[in-house]
Design a protein around this ligand. Structure first.
Ligand code: C2E
Ligand code: MG
Ligand code: MG
Ligand code: MG
Length: 275
């Protein structure tokens, strides 16, 4: 591992590094049990229409609450789950729970038009992703058009059969979004061939949108690109009214971010958005 290498390329061990390894192993062991121990749950972040404030969907975001370690953020355990292969089990659980929750809300009187679920590259390697999605939709009874799968540009560009899987997913009626758009290196020619409906502008471009001319230019370019390719464009990480106004002014009417709502529990989602 590069981290364990000294300045001159010699490997060495320092106690803190060994600690890191032990910590990782411990997390791995805990993570493998997390689902059966009921420690995994989902939060839901509203996606809204900027001009009306209307709810257009939610993004499901996985959470891990360990009894001793507390709430562990996905940036710490998703990569671990990917390395260990646990992501397949986790991803399936997330998708199932997300679809089930849509039906629960519906039954309780809250209509959430659409749910977005993140997929990791590793989930495409198994080959059975389309069957898994189809099974879950059948099992929960959620209409395919109300499920949107989010993949990043790197998933599309680096996964051998991504094109095939994405076309298969499209053929069973689920929608597709490209997450963190602008941070990867997607070929526009490639993008044109994909049955994608949505581009999500990465929040790094939204952050300084009204002060950084480069971020401003990138955000505007993505909005224009989406328009010309007939895609819907949603901005993530919208934290201020100024950012929302900027987006609206430049033709992007969809947003997700703390300005509208933090990710919520299923119950809070119900109490805040039910009319
Ligand atoms: P993402 O898919 O780009 O999700 C958006 C992240 O931005 C979420 O972080 C969300 O809480 C955060 N966020 C939303 N609005 C704001 C805002 O206004 N300001 C700031 N600073 N942050 C905001 P979270 O929940 O920690 O998730 C981080 C990443 O972990 C996600 O990025 C996604 O790549 C991954 N992830 C989360 N859930 C899943 C999952 O179920 N499966 C997979 N494969 N990955 C997941
Ligand atoms: Mg996402
Ligand atoms: Mg994103
Ligand atoms: Mg992001």
């Amino acid at each position: 591992q590069a981290k364990a290498r000294g300045r001159n390329g010699f490997s060495f061990f320092a106690p803190f590094m060994m600690g890191e390894g032990v910590e990782r192993l411990r997390l791995e062991t805990y993570l493998r049990r997390s689902i059966e121990k009921d420690e995994i749950f989902l939060n839901y972040q509203p996606q809204v229409e900027i001009d009306t404030g209307r709810l257009v969907g939610v993004e499901a975001l996985v959470r891990w609450n360990h009894p001793e370690l507390g709430l562990i953020p996905p940036i710490r355990f998703i990569p671990l789950a990917e390395d260990t292969g646990f992501i397949n089990q986790l991803g399936k659980w997330v998708l199932h729970e997300a679809c089930r929750q849509m039906v629960r809300w519906q039954d309780a009187g809250l209509h959430v038009p659409k749910i977005a679920v993140n997929l990791s590259a590793k989930q495409f390697e198994r080959g059975s992703i389309v069957n898994m999605v189809a099974d879950i939709l059948r099992d929960t009874g959620l209409e395919p058009q109300r499920l949107q799968l989010e993949v990043t540009e790197s998933v599309i560009m680096n996964t051998g059969d991504a094109m095939v899987f994405i076309n298969d997913l499209h053929s069973i009626g689920v929608a597709l979004a490209i997450d963190d758009f602008g941070t990867g290196y997607s070929s526009l020619a490639y993008l044109k061939q994909l049955p994608v409906q949505t581009l999500k502008i990465d929040r790094s471009f939204i952050k300084d949108i009204s002060t950084d001319v480069n971020d401003e230019a990138i955000a505007i370019a993505i909005i224009q690109l989406g328009k010309s390719m007939n895609l819907s464009v949603i901005a993530e990480g919208v934290e201020t009214a100024e950012q929302a106004a900027f987006l609206l002014r430049h033709g992007c009417n969809l947003a997700q971010g703390y300005f509208y709502s933090r990710p919520l529990t299923a119950d809070d989602m119900f109490t805040r958005w039910q009319k």
